[in-house]
Design a binder for this molecule. Structure first.
Ligand SMILES: [Zn+2]
Length: 79
């Protein structure tokens, strides 16, 4: 029972890690954008949970909205 639960937890934390790394990759791709790119929709290449992919991003001051064009996952990276 406890082993099963550890597996359950490990799966959960691995998924969180993968997503965190993907968001870091997207964030890194945005590290040298210009002020004029804020509040505009454009695309960057980043390592997503599904692999190397094109990501649509919409950077705002409070965070970055994103959508992966490969797997369709979308979300927001807190700024
Ligand atoms: Zn993806």
């Amino acid at each position: 029972m406890s082993t099963d639960y550890s597996e359950y937890e490990r799966d959960f934390f691995n998924a969180v890690d993968r997503n965190t790394m993907a968001e870091q990759s997207i964030f890194d791709a945005l590290s040298n954008i210009g002020d004029d790119q804020y509040y505009t929709l454009f695309e960057v290449q980043a390592e997503h949970v599904c692999g190397r992919s094109t990501i649509q991003v919409f950077p705002e001051r409070a965070g970055t909205l994103y959508r992966c064009l490969n797997c369709g996952m979308a979300g927001i990276i807190g700024g």
